[in-house]
Design a protein around this ligand. Structure first.
Ligand SMILES: Nc1ncnc2c1ncn2[C@@H]1O[C@H](COP(=O)(O)OP(=O)(O)OP(=O)(O)O)[C@@H](O)[C@H]1O
Length: 609
């Protein structure tokens, strides 16, 4: 083993130990009495096999002995044998059931920890990084192994100790019988090799597993289902999913077959050793160098040693599997820790808190081409700023940077002179609100679908009703059977809304925050009719005027909306090509004026037809 790989193994070993300690602590927190019973049964289990073997030897020797043994000693031997047997059989069953139950409950906790760690990452960049997504996928599928890691480890320890006792007793009959212990290594080595190739197969197919999973989910959601139906793409997608599933199954099956081969080889070595041990003991009995009781002991312990070694191997495999998952789990926790926001500064409250964008550049993870570069802007409080540009100019990306979803790759963004990454993240998010073209349909009761826009006021019915009213969504809610309490979405048997109605509720959600510092509107009215859109933008402009601390940032392709903004920023090829008021930009006769005139002419032509 190279120095590098042994260091890696040591790291993964200490990681497994750490996770086993952690999962044991979780189990203890969940149910201390049950953990106590499991530990007690585990301790009893370590000596059960040796006790059974010794008892059988004593009974056989007593039966064979001409002088006979004292009855008391014989009864004691029988009682020890019965106790050992009951502990090994019934105690084990009880222990496994309890361990299973605890593992399920710890699994829930581990999943919660994963969600909490994921949610604590302040930006969204990780959601576009394949290495992060692949690891998360592997982790999500293997949390059971992680949750049971403390029991895998304790099972392995029990088997190792009880196998050690067996070997010690066998060596007492003849030292050569201790060699049986060495024969434990080929199966162990084979299991390790098999595990490694299985883990490699799973890691190599993580991308395909994600693809299959995603397609599967696409079939189950109404939004995607509609387009699949219309395009008649079901068969093609099914084929793609099937191909991905087949690739995964083929690679994993190959690894499994290889694993079986290795394990068989290991067990053949052990079987040969056991036969040799029986031949040796029979020879010793024939020469009066051992008793029949010893032969009985060798048969019992040799058979049990096989089971103990198998237990050790499978326990070790489970520990190794947990170790693999542990790697992903610790990586996720460390990643979340590294990304944990360090900012503690307060979000400015003065009316002078302009947002300054200084020489900002941004490249998406995994991409080479910058989407934004050299962007300089000042967004003043109390103003409405419109960002325009052709498709792909970088408008949404700019909004993602300004709201802190992504960190700029170069340059800085300051709020009232404080760098964005030095602000307390949660406090900053509480001052943000907005709506996007690709809004979410939260399939919740209406009051929560809207109220979630400000979790602090989520259960305040008056605030929810106000937001609904301001977004002009009263007629939608009034028609629903239980008003604000109506469950939305067919998935939960609730009421279904039209695209425009869902979008109205998304806008109501954006209006939940009364005094945001930054309100972002990224084409949030695309599903509304022009009149409704006009009314809503009038409302947003009115609110912007009445709230001196608010910066309203809007992205729209409709210039009739854009022209009302206090300041217009034109993005072209990821750079600010022009900025100013509508009048200034028309006079400048640049890109904006050209786009505006083209659109105005198109509308006029349409109107005169
Ligand atoms: N998640 C992503 N990963 C990689 N590239 C991306 C990602 N999102 C957007 N891009 C690229 O960034 C560029 C700008 O995209 P962005 O969505 O900011 O444009 P936009 O001006 O809002 O466009 P539109 O008017 O079509 O909404 C595009 O070329 C797009 O391909």
């Amino acid at each position: 083993m190279s120095a590098k790989s042994s260091a890696g193994a040591a790291r993964s070993g200490s990681g497994t130990l750490r996770t086993a300690r952690h999962t044991f602590a979780l189990a203890w927190r969940i149910d201390p009495p049950v953990v106590g019973v499991v530990v007690a049964l585990s301790l009893a289990q370590t000596g059960a096999v040796a006790a059974t073997g010794l008892s059988q030897r004593r009974v056989v020797d007593a039966a064979q002995s001409a002088g006979g043994h004292p009855l008391g000693a014989l009864v004691l031997a029988v009682l020890i044998g019965v106790a050992g047997h009951v502990t090994a059989a019934a105690g084990n069953r009880v222990r496994y059931n309890y361990q299973h139950d605890l593992t399920d409950r710890v699994d829930l906790e581990v999943n919660r920890e994963i969600l909490t760690a994921t949610a604590s990452i302040p930006t969204l960049e990780h959601l576009e990084r394949p290495d992060y997504l692949n690891r998360l996928e592997l982790l999500r599928r293997q949390t059971g192994a992680l949750a049971g890691s403390c029991w895998s480890l304790s099972d392995t320890a029990i088997d190792v100790i009880s196998a050690g006792l067996s070997v010690w007793l066998l060596a007492g009959v003849h030292p050569a019988l201790a060699v049986l212990a060495l024969l434990a290594f080929p199966p162990l080595w084979a299991a390790e090799r098999a595990k490694r190739s299985l883990a490699a197969a799973r890691a190599a197919t993580a991308e395909d597993q994600r693809l299959e999973d995603r397609i599967h989910r696409m079939f189950l959601t109404p939004e995607t289902g509609k387009e699949i139906y219309l395009a008649g793409a079901g068969a093609v997608l099914d084929e793609t999913a099937h191909a991905a599933r087949t690739r995964v199954a083929t690679v994993v099956l190959k690894a499994r077959l290889g694993a079986i081969g290795w394990q068989l080889t290991g067990w053949v070595c052990y079987a040969a050793g056991f036969i040799a041990a029986l031949v040796l003991t029979t020879w010793l009995v024939a020469r009066d160098a051992a008793s029949l009781g010893d032969l009985m002991l060798v048969i019992t312990l040799g058979t049990q040693l096989r089971l103990q070694i198998r237990g050790t191997v499978s326990g070790y495999s489970r520990v190794a599997e947990a170790g693999d998952t542990t790697g992903h789990y610790l990586w996720l926790l460390a990643y979340a820790r590294r990304q944990r926001p360090t900012g503690t500064r307060l979000v400015p409250h003065t009316p002078e808190h302009a947002i300054q964008v200084q020489d900002v550049a941004f490249t998406y993870p995994g991409s080479q081409e910058p989407v934004l570069s050299g962007v300089n802007l000042t967004l003043r409080p109390g103003s409405t700023v419109a960002v325009v540009g052709v498709n792909g100019a970088g408008k949404t990306t700019l909004i993602k940077l300004l709201s802190g979803m992504y960190a700029p790759t170069a340059g800085r963004i300051e709020v009232g002179g404080v760098p964005l990454d030095e602000l307390d993240t949660m406090a900053w998010r509480r001052r943000l609100t907005g709506a996007f073209q690709d809004f979410v349909r939260f399939q919740l009761p209406v009051r929560h679908t809207v109220g979630i826009g400000d979790p602090d006021a989520m259960d305040n019915r008056e605030e929810v009703a106000r937001a609904v009213h301001e977004a002009g969504a009263d007629p939608i809610v009034n028609r629903l059977p239980d008003g604000l309490d109506t469950q939305l979405g067919t998935v939960y048997g609730g009421a279904e809304l039209s695209q425009g109605q869902w979008q109205r509720l998304a806008l109501a959600r954006a209006l939940m925050r009364r005094h945001p510092l930054l309100l972002v509107l990224d084409e949030p009215t695309a599903a509304l009719d022009p009149l409704a859109e006009h009314e809503l933008y009038e409302l947003f402009m009115r609110q912007a005027g009445a709230d001196p601390g608010r910066i309203t940032l809007l992205v729209s392709h409709r210039f009739s909306t854009v022209r009302g903004a206090d300041h217009i920023v034109v993005l072209h090829g990821g750079r600010v090509s022009e900025q100013g008021t509508h009048a200034e930009l028309l006079v400048a006769g640049g890109h904006y004026a050209e786009l505006y005139r083209t659109q105005a002419e198109a509308y006029q032509e349409e109107g005169s037809r």
